[in-house]
Design a protein around this ligand. Sequence first.
Ligand SMILES: [Zn+2]
Ligand SMILES: [Zn+2]
Length: 98
Amino acid sequence: MQTCSKCNAQSADTSAQCKSCNADLSIYSTTAVALKNFTGNSRVRNIRLVVSGNACPVCATYEGTYAKDAVPGLPIEGCSNPEGCHCFYEPMLTELYP
Ligand SMILES: [Zn+2]
Ligand SMILES: [Zn+2]
């Protein structure tokens, strides 16, 4: 499932565009926007790909911490969860106690 950051409508993982406002989901999905913010933030050292508890086996293999330039795109290609991919990104900060 992809959520549009512009209008909050949900579209299927396979949709390239928001079904409500036609925004390009490779740029404007909430996960794509989050990834862009994290990669552009100098305080973010690495990016963690978090899978939900009921993630499919495909997604589970992607769980882990990645360098900013090596983060897999979301939704995970080949996700077999019937409700769609629920993976998300989490920033790993350089300083935990600024
Ligand atoms: Zn939209
Ligand atoms: Zn999956």
